[in-house]
Design a protein around this ligand. Structure first.
Ligand SMILES: [Zn+2]
Length: 162
């Protein structure tokens, strides 16, 4: 059965599963060149700007780890989760994008733990899956973005900006 892939937030990233084409999508103000992510589509948030047209721009694929942490326990309400489902620890990374001069949060790709990360290492954005509905619930695959350390051909993680 083919499953529907639906972005968990529409318009924040490109669709499709080809890693090299996958990008986060922000907007850039034509007047002051400020870039926004999450995207701003109605007005420029730069207080020193009189406002310009906001156009969609793909963000840099790679950035450097600014900070990271992991979630090892189920957050309290109002966070919604199934108390009967096993809690899967996850890693959250704050990634600095040099060209856009911003920090973008995201979950680490599956299999990446905090022991695999260091501040300043290069990571790249890859398509990811946040959740999959049960087939009887429509079987929708909810897509998101993940950050993954950039590895060399030998498989070792690479430091510094690429
Ligand atoms: Zn502006």
């Amino acid at each position: 059965m083919s499953r529907t892939r639906t972005p968990v937030v529409a318009g924040w990233f490109t669709e499709g599963t080809v890693e090299k084409d996958f990008r986060l999508l922000g907007t850039r103000c034509c007047a002051c060149s400020s870039v926004f992510f999450p995207r701003q589509d109605t007005f420029c948030r730069n207080p020193g700007c009189t406002g310009g047209e906001l156009v969609e721009v793909p963000l840099s694929r790679r950035g450097t780890v600014w900070s990271y942490t992991d979630g090892r326990y189920r957050p309290p309400a109002p966070y919604i989760s199934d108390p009967d489902a096993p809690w899967e620890p996850y890693v959250l990374i704050a990634v600095e994008l040099a060209a856009e001069r911003m920090v973008v949060l995201g979950q680490a790709a599956p299999g990446v733990g905090i022991g695999d990360l260091t501040v300043g290492m290069t990571v790249e954005v890859v398509p990811g899956v946040l959740n999959e509905d049960a087939p009887q619930g429509g079987g929708t695959v909810w897509t998101t973005w993940h950050w993954r350390p950039v590895t060399t051909a030998t498989g070792a993680a690479q430091g510094g900006a690429a």
